[in-house]
Design a protein around this ligand. Structure first.
Ligand SMILES: [Zn+2]
Length: 392
């Protein structure tokens, strides 16, 4: 029989036994194995990412075997008679690279306690998590005046190497989510509220992790945009007084039956978003004036400019809404004694028959009955009726 030499590799936990062999040249059968050493797997192999190889400060490198031993083990039992106590330890190494392999190696190692010579190790690699775990929209006021700025700010909780973050600010209005502008890399948007009614805000966040694309929505926050009587009365006192002065002056001039007034329109047009280029104009409030004249015998009726009221048709974000109405009632100073009326809003289908979804004010005399021939400078009163604030 011819005898040949060779090397055998026998897998073991965390590596291989490597032995010199003698074999039957003809059959390849192993006749003898000598000089066996256990060679441990290096989880990093030979590539350059191996943090054990880099960094210079390798004093705690578990592959060095602690006490300066040989990673390949030691088969010379005679030298280790006093080193048979075996210890174990867990070693963790975090890998931070930019190719998507961030993670942690955890190795459970057993070694000779005294020499530190490594006997065995079981290593596992766990990829670092990469995700946006939450996107939180900062609290918003429950109610705002239409046109007021609100600050939409979303804060992210992230783990790992989250990249390419994009924010899309959105509002739910009239049955659908609408984008408030182009996608942004800023987590903040100052939004002048362009609606009357209930609106819900959220932010959709898009990002990548390790080359994969993800989407997460923030929590949603409702806001009620409403215009109220107090705003109306405090903002337009001059115009209300002026309408009354015109009423008196016109009545004195021609002895007919005059009323003056205006609608207050909130204009949220100019586009849905605010971040478009060029920026959208801010929402505005406009008074639309009207006046009517009639004889003493005829009814004088308020005339209202019809816009998208805060009810009815389903306007988009960005529309014109009537949010207030003011008018005067005519003095009957130059009418006959047979003409009279109860002061305050007229019965339906006139004042009381009009939209009830926003504040109305009528300036009339503060008396029980307005009868033809009264003094024109009797005290007046602002009668308020219909909704205290816009409803929708
Ligand atoms: Zn009226």
């Amino acid at each position: 029989m011819k005898v040949c030499g060779g090397t055998s590799y026998t897998p073991g936990a965390g590596g291989n036994w490597v032995c010199s062999t003698t074999t039957d040249c003809k059959t390849g059968k192993i006749l003898d194995e000598t000089d066996c050493k256990f060679v441990y797997d290096d989880p990093w192999g030979d590539d350059d990412d191996d943090p054990w190889d880099g960094g210079g400060g390798d004093d705690d490198d578990p592959w060095d075997g602690g006490g300066g031993g040989d990673d390949g083990g030691d088969d010379d039992d005679d030298d280790d008679d006093d080193d048979l106590t075996i210890c174990s330890r867990t070693v963790e190494r975090q890998v931070e690279d930019l190719s998507g392999n961030a993670g942690t190696w955890t190795c459970i190692q057993t070694y000779y306690c005294k020499s530190g010579i490594l006997l065995n190790q079981d290593c596992r690699f766990e990829k670092a998590k990469c995700e946006v775990t939450s996107a939180t929209l900062a609290p918003l006021p429950l109610t705002v005046k239409p046109g007021e700025n609100i600050i939409l700010q979303v804060d992210l909780v992230k783990t790992g190497n989250v990249t390419d973050i994009e924010y899309e600010f959105e509002a739910y209005f009239d049955g659908g989510w609408k984008s408030l502008g182009p996608k942004s890399t800023s987590n903040t948007l100052i939004y002048p509220v362009r609606v009357v009614g209930h609106i819900i805000f959220r932010v959709t966040v898009r990002y990548t992790c390790n080359g994969n694309y993800y989407v997460i929505d923030s929590n949603a926050q409702p806001v009620l945009a409403q215009y109220c009587l107090e705003d109306f009365m405090s903002s337009y006192q001059f115009d209300m007084q002026d309408a009354w002065h015109k009423t008196v002056a016109a009545t004195q001039a021609d002895h007919l039956n005059h009323e003056f007034g205006f609608d207050l329109q909130f204009d949220g047009t100019g586009g849905v978003g605010t971040s478009a280029t060029p920026p959208m104009p801010p929402p505005t409030y406009t008074l639309v004036h009207f006046s009517n004249v009639a004889t003493c015998a005829a009814l004088v009726n308020q005339s209202t400019t019809i816009t998208s009221n805060p009810y009815g048709a389903q306007p988009e974000i960005g529309d014109i809404w009537t949010v207030g109405n003011y008018h005067t009632h005519p003095p009957l100073t130059y009418c006959g004694n047979q003409y009279y009326r109860t002061p305050g809003p007229s019965a339906a289908p006139y004042d009381m028959g009009r939209s009830s979804h926003y504040p109305h004010v009528v300036r009339d005399y503060d008396v029980l009955e307005v009868r033809g021939g009264h003094a024109i400078n009797l005290p007046t009163k602002d009668y308020v009726y219909h909704a205290h604030c816009t409803t929708r």
